[in-house]
Design a binder for this molecule. Structure first.
Ligand code: SF4
Ligand code: SF4
Length: 313
């Protein structure tokens, strides 16, 4: 599998990035050994890049996988906005994955220049770690065009992890074309870009090949993060990206659209609703209600429910 430099970061990554959200408690909740086996299988097929986050609770999988696959480039994210929070998140990451050095540290779920400014003390902390040689690159992840546009004002943020896909589902504040133009501008300013939600959180499974072809064809993209939760999915994605025939793996792929599940014990407190910037959640008849046409299974709302009444299946 081809490896390319992520922008001008000096970090070389495989075009396919293993999105680990799918392994952990917000999605498939695989036993540790099974999740690690998938990361190992991808590594054997040439994937050297994985994406995790403090939110996903997938550090244990990463930690185990790094023992047998030390060459993985690790990108993680957190919500810290001040130095204290950033230090906590940095420590949690290095202890969680068992490595002193984090290749890429991102501010999770940025929305605009305003939210980036609001997190700047945390950014300064991570930039200091970069100067000390403990972080490779600092950047942001986002579902928002406004944040992708804003990164041009912050040349010290050298990695952008935006949501973009064939139909634009999940982009919070505009169209696919708007996001493409924001990303292209960021790329021109030197940002390294790896994207998320190529399959729209499951919405585009029926158009899998077309959707993946679109995601990998974008000229400003170094890598595409794909969440995988079975060996068939790993083999399919690796074969696809390597330009090999995928026919042998098709029967093993699930064609079922996965979705968000709100259990009947939901008390309708509304805590989860603002977590969904795509407007997929509301309260109706005293319970949370999901609009499946808008949900991209990002899991952000899952973390907000104090009683675990919302899950991604
Ligand atoms: S409903 Fe939850 S999982 Fe779905 S898009 Fe909104 S925050 Fe993400
Ligand atoms: S946070 Fe939990 S209990 Fe509250 S509305 Fe959402 S799913 Fe229901």
């Amino acid at each position: 599998m081809r490896r390319v430099e992520l922008g001008q970061t000096g970090v070389f990554v495989s075009e396919l990035c293993f999105g680990t959200l799918t392994l952990g408690p917000f999605q498939k909740n695989l036993p540790l050994s099974k999740g690690v086996a998938l990361l190992e299988a991808a590594f054997m097929r040439g994937v050297n890049f994985l994406d995790t986050a403090e939110l996903y609770q997938t550090y244990p999988y990463v930690r185990e996988a790094l023992k047998s696959c030390p060459g993985y480039v690790v990108a993680t994210k957190c919500y810290a906005y001040d130095a204290k929070g950033a230090e906590h998140s940095f420590r949690k990451a290095v202890e969680g994955i068992g490595r002193e050095y984090i290749d890429i540290f991102l501010l999770h779920e940025q929305e605009s220049a305003h939210t980036i400014r609001g997190h700047y003390e945390a950014i300064e902390y991570f930039l200091k770690k970069k100067e000390q040689g403990l972080i490779g690159a600092v950047g942001i992840s986002t579902h928002f065009i406004a944040a992708a546009r804003a990164i041009a004002q912050y040349p010290e943020l050298t990695v952008l992890h935006p949501l973009i896909n064939l139909t634009g589902i999940g982009i919070a504040d505009g169209t696919r074309e708007d996001m493409v133009s924001a990303c292209a501008a960021a790329y021109d300013k030197g940002a390294g870009i790896y994207t998320m939600k190529a399959l729209g959180g499951g919405h585009l499974i029926g158009r899998r090949e077309e959707a993946l072809r679109y995601a990998f064809s974008l000229p400003f993209v170094s890598a595409v993060a794909v969440g995988m939760q079975s060996l068939a999915e790993v083999e399919y994605a690796c074969a696809f990206v390597s330009g090999e025939s995928v026919d042998a793996y098709l029967p093993g792929l699930s064609s079922q659209r996965r979705g968000l599940f709100i259990d009947p014990w939901c008390e309708g407190c509304g805590e989860c609703v603002p977590a969904c910037k795509g407007g997929a959640l509301s309260i109706s008849n005293g319970k949370a209600l999901v609009d499946h046409n808008k949900c991209v299974r990002c899991g952000y709302c899952v973390a907000r429910c104090p009683d675990f009444h919302v899950r991604v299946l």
